[in-house]
Design a protein around this ligand. Sequence first.
Ligand SMILES: Cc1ncc(COP(=O)(O)O)c(C=O)c1O
Length: 494
Amino acid sequence: MDQNSTPYLDALVALAKTNPGRFHIPGHKGGAGADPGLREAVGDAALRLDFPSGVEGIDVGPDPLDLPFQQSQELAAEAWGARRSWFLVNGASGGNHAICMALAHLGDRAIVQRNVHSSVIDGLVLSGLRPTFLAPEIDDELGVAHCLTVDALEAALREQPDVVAVFAVSPTYFGAVANIGGLASVAHAHDVPLVVDESWGAHLAFSDRLPANALACGADVVLNSVHKLGGSMTQSAILHLGADEEHPDGRIDGRIVDRSVTLVESTSPSAILSVSLDAARRQNAISGPALLSETIDSLTELRQEIREIPGLDVLGKEITAAASVFAWDPLRVSIDVRGTGTTGNRIAKYMREEHDIWFELYAENVVVAVFGIGEKVAETGARLIAGLRDAVAELQTEPDDPKAPFAPPPPWGPTVMTPRAAFLGPQETVPFDDAEGRIAAESLAAYPPGVPNVLPGERLSRATLDFIADSLAHGGQVRGASDRTLSTIRVVIE
Ligand SMILES: Cc1ncc(COP(=O)(O)O)c(C=O)c1O
């Protein structure tokens, strides 16, 4: 296949150019009927490309395999090394929902890494899968959660062999990459497929200076949130199925995955999002090695410059010393602010207000900047350095304890019901401060980073409630709560 081609992008651009008579949705009719503010903001060219799927000869037709949409998905499968791939217009979140629904056809139990993204927990609610949660390795020095160890998975599978899948996350927010080859071998030895949420690692497949991607290491299902670092538009992602020698047709039936993807998807998926996936795939496949190499070199220099700012340090390859961390992905810069005496929250707020600089993640002791494919780090990095220098000079105080670990979330509470039973069962609303000891009926994930601190079905501890309240007080948001102000919380009636 020709990775230089973009069949879906080309087909839609060609269609828009014919100036078709648009007697179908969307009602703005290629922009003609749109509000002038929208036209000016996104441009007429974008509005002209705003088709829903279902265009004869482009994404529907008598021979689906011959259609540009399908060809583009096949090009993506080839580029990432998958057996089959699906473009997703509701993010990797939608992919996690879909894969949970697909797996629930096979049975009702799964082993789930405890620090999975909240969309996996929502997938458990939707599908009814009963999770056995497996704790990742916690780095005591840094106080951050890393990956699953192979030994922990082996022990869990021996104890709980009747599972339909193992759900793992790699890379983490901090760039820790799991031993996917080892996890896949153990899972496969128990005849269990491995699902890897590689939302943060869409770029790994495109540079031999980066850790191998999960599909290359034997994962059976992989989610890539391509919009994160891979250059496509917000909300676009890809779900891949892998295959191995023993199972050339894969361990999971593609037809069921296909049905599950459509089940959780709009019936009018936005063509622009899929077009952006088609283009991002080409960029990664053709220019990825050179672009990523440039980014990796520039980030090495950037890290050095940040380390020269008094009180700042940057996490690097040393995280691979942890048993569960097999490799490290350098495309994020995790800045350790413990030596400044101020907090990551204050630095992030100051840089937003004074320099219009926005971080992906910030907490008490860390701020994380992420870098995407094609980014000119020499330019964007200079702005970051200038902002950091000013913020630290302005906010620095004598640190109480420069060696204090990153403020880790409190230990997870015991899960006493399945997420689905807790979410759908009898429940009531109580004041947030009175919820200690009750079973949560909803999941609460302090954002960033969006890893649930509380799951539906989990008994609430004072420490967890305080941690979430503290995140909110520091400008974070909480995803999953029915009362977004968190003055109340829904709990199970026991
Ligand atoms: C590990 C992980 N999985 C899934 C998601 C959801 O991805 P999306 O934003 O594409 O829905 C995120 C988003 O932050 C994530 O960090």
